[in-house]
Design a protein around this ligand. Structure first.
Ligand SMILES: *[C@@H]1O[C@H](CO)[C@@H](O)[C@H](O)[C@H]1NC(C)=O
Ligand SMILES: *[C@@H]1O[C@H](CO)[C@@H](O)[C@H](O)[C@H]1NC(C)=O
Ligand SMILES: *[C@@H]1O[C@H](CO)[C@@H](O)[C@H](O)[C@H]1NC(C)=O
Length: 468
């Protein structure tokens, strides 16, 4: 009898334990589901991430599954951190101004304040209504970081009707910063800058890159060619003139466009990622003066588009390589290139940089986008709703960074091969062997970019190639 009772109790215990377990599992499912919703086509796009890797969702930076708790924890952490950093920054501003190394704090102080208020507003005790209104106007989470270094870089030409002089009369005037550094170089790497920028991960800061690697890489970039986009402009023309740039994306709209000659007729020709040229000269031209990539997208392009004939970055005397650094692997490859050594560690360990860039590895051939510039593009031109969900991986596409960099440095910009409203009529890339539809990725917002290109075109700031 006692044995029987014990047996019954035992079975009951097991059953109730099972019930508790099932309850827990069920609770977890809707939580994680609600955290990874992808907007309409994005769902399909996410599954294509591994197949088409030009703009891949990096496995190393995939959102963790426990995203929900993770974010709240981080917000709390950043909340404290931001307040501290802001205090340090404010006290340093006057000194930095003297050094011509100015932080544009006009927008920042209010935005960092806003963060604190948002956080308290949602999580803390009930705030006074007036306070909410105020916070709502200036609210900005600290990971946004709408504060940038400002530099007095003299314009390379005095083109009377260039983009930089016309932009103020357009709807883009207010968000356009003429003095933001587009490229980073030796002068930028200081402990203060490191402290400021290590708050932002990926392409938007120096978070995750150790100071030593930064110093070793950036201190080599100490020639005017490293901070000037058009370092050979003086050799190209004797009289001041407007700098005309062709910015070439890889869109299928270029198939049969016959735009090659027109593209090559510009002073400078920008290309990115898997830009196959051989065999497509009639449509896309043959020159490349500026090639934009991250080590990740370049290596992936070499793997994914080998079948279409892509063997690596274009190489010519006039070609410059602009890194979009979104990992320490970019700093490590850059350092190896400019010091003529092999990559010391990481995914490219022991790789010889001449494998990618050819034998001419002079320092003047290399440039690197400033993380402030990338963060500014994200915040002010491409602040996608995806940023909220994927804030550690969302960034503008490599092509978007290239086009917006041209917008900030060229006098005139013609854009080819960028997404247009009729993108469904074309294959993903002009070099595709078989037609396949445009692939969307969770870490980018290509619809938002498409709209931005239309707006810039309508504002007369770029000339976007469209079929009609
Ligand atoms: C860069 O060059 C300048 C002068 O040409 C020199 O004073 C400075 O120390 C150099 N910076 C680095 C980090 O090597
Ligand atoms: C490129 O255009 C040609 C002619 O219009 C067409 O036959 C071909 O399918 C196109 N290629 C792709 C990848 O769409
Ligand atoms: C994803 O890939 C599949 C098969 O390769 C294709 O049918 C589908 O259209 C792609 N989706 C997107 C959004 O590109």
């Amino acid at each position: 009898m006692a044995l029987q009772r014990r047996l019954v109790v035992g079975v009951l215990t097991v059953i109730s334990l099972l019930c508790v377990y099932i309850l827990c599992v069920n609770l977890e499912v809707p939580l994680s589901w609600s955290l990874t919703p992808l907007k309409h086509d994005y769902t399909a796009g996410a599954s294509n991430v591994s197949r088409d890797s030009e703009e891949p969702l990096d496995s190393a930076t995939r959102p963790p599954s426990a995203l929900h708790f993770h974010i709240e924890h981080q917000v709390l952490h950043e909340h404290t951190h931001a307040t501290q950093t802001l205090k340090t920054q404010t006290s340093k501003v006057s000194k930095q101004k003297v050094e011509n190394n100015v932080l544009d704090v006009s927008k920042s102080s209010s935005s960092s304040d806003g963060l604190d208020k948002t956080w308290i507003r949602t999580k803390g005790p009930t705030p006074k209504p007036q306070w909410i209104t105020q916070a709502a106007r200036t609210t900005e989470p600290s990971y946004i970081g709408d504060t940038y270094m400002s530099e007095d870089v003299p314009p390379q030409t005095d083109c009377p009707d260039g983009i930089q002089s016309r932009v103020t009369q357009t709807e883009f005037g207010e968000r356009f910063l003429k003095n933001i550094p587009v490229l980073q170089w030796a002068k930028h790497v200081t402990p203060e800058q490191h402290q400021r920028l290590s708050r932002y991960p990926g392409a938007h800061g120096w978070g995750g890159v150790d100071y030593e690697t930064l110093v070793e890489t950036l201190s080599v970039l100490n020639s005017s060619a490293n901070w000037q986009m058009f370092d050979d402009w003086k050799d190209r023309s004797s009289k001041p003139e407007c700098i005309r740039c062709a910015v070439v994306g890889n869109g299928g709209i270029l198939n049969n466009s016959k735009k090659g000659e027109e593209i090559d007729g510009h002073h400078y020709v920008f290309r990115t990622n898997g830009a196959v040229i051989k065999g497509f000269e009639k449509d896309v031209g043959s020159r490349t003066t500026h090639y934009t990539f991250s080590t990740n997208t370049m290596v992936n392009s070499m793997r994914s588009y080998a079948g279409a004939g892509y063997r690596g970055p274009p190489q010519s005397k006039e070609t410059r390589y602009i890194f979009l650094p979104d990992h320490d692997r970019d700093y490590l490859l850059m350092k190896a290139a400019v010091t003529h050594t092999r990559v010391e560690r990481g995914s490219e360990q022991n790789k010889d940089p001449s494998k990618y860039f050819g034998e001419d590895l002079s320092i003047e051939k290399f440039k690197m986008y400033h993380p402030d510039f990338i963060r500014y593009l994200r915040n002010r031109f491409l602040r996608s709703p995806s940023l909220k969900k994927f804030r550690n991986i969302y960034r503008p596409t490599t092509g978007a960074v290239m086009l917006l960099a041209a917008l900030h440095t060229c006098s005139k910009v013609s854009a080819y091969g960028f997404m247009t409203p009729d993108y469904k009529s074309y294959s993903d890339h002009y070099f595709d062997i078989k037609h396949h539809p445009v692939a969307f990725f969770a870490n980018h917002d290509m619809r938002m970019e498409l709209i931005l290109w239309q707006q810039l075109h309508q504002a007369g700031l770029i000339q976007l190639y469209m079929h009609k």
